[in-house]
Design a protein around this ligand. Structure first.
Ligand code: GDP
Length: 206
């Protein structure tokens, strides 16, 4: 049995309909077991260690900001290696424009590396990541209070279209404003936390 780290990244942790959809997927436990899920805002040093193989890539500073800007949902999944591989297949490819149609990332990720969920990509990385994160928090804690989120809209595809406009600078300002308005409908974050969500999501465009 392998252990894998699962993280609802800030987009999925705070876009409530997306959080609900991903929670439902995890709760299916088709050949895997979710053995903990809790809220945690990781420090920069933890994200730096977790993604140390990406240091030096142009998007690395954004990635650290993205993953540390808000509390995220972190947990542990236990599965046979073949089942973990299947879960990663269902999750889909890393970058949204390359993600397999029907995968979770194609359905719920917005743009670029804003791809909703982290899941360890092998038993070896699962072992390494659960050990690393286990030094900061108890990954077996199952105290995430998710609430009833079903009434919130899911604007993923509209947001993707608007992010493409921002990236291409086609009505860029208007597209950014409209994306912010849609994100406000999707989340219960307010004030500085809502601003942080918008900063890290739109910041993916660079
Ligand atoms: P994963 O295992 O599919 O999450 O992919 P990696 O371990 O290679 O990358 C870690 C994370 O870095 C991804 O999930 C993305 O959030 C981010 N990332 C990777 N490649 C890119 C990229 O080309 N651009 C941006 N903006 N982010 C990326």
């Amino acid at each position: 049995m392998a252990s894998a780290l699962v993280i609802f990244k800030p987009d999925a942790a705070h876009r409530l309909a997306v959080r609900e959809a991903l929670s439902s997927w995890l709760a299916e436990e088709r050949g895997w077991k979710l053995s903990g899920l809790t809220w945690y805002q990781p420090p920069k040093e933890l994200i730096g260690s977790h993604y140390d193989f990406l240091q030096g890539r142009p998007f690395f500073p954004w990635l650290v900001d993205f993953m540390t800007a808000l509390p995220v949902l972190v947990g542990r999944v236990q599965a046979e290696p073949a089942e973990l591989e299947n879960m990663r297949y269902e999750l889909g490819e890393t970058r949204i424009h390359e993600s397999r149609p029907g995968s979770l990332r194609e359905r719920y990720g917005i743009w670029g590396g804003v791809n909703c969920m982290h899941l360890s990509d092998s038993p070896e990385s699962g072992e390494k990541e659960t050990q690393l994160w286990g030094r900061y928090l108890d990954l077996t804690r199952g105290d995430a209070q998710l609430g009833a989120d079903g009434a919130r809209p899911d604007h993923t595809f509209h947001l993707r279209s608007l992010f493409n406009q921002v990236a291409a600078n086609v009505h860029g300002d208007l597209a950014g404003q409209e994306a912010t308005r849609l994100l406000r409908e999707e989340t219960d974050l307010t004030g500085d936390r809502f601003d942080a969500l918008c900063r890290v999501l739109l910041g993916a465009i660079g």
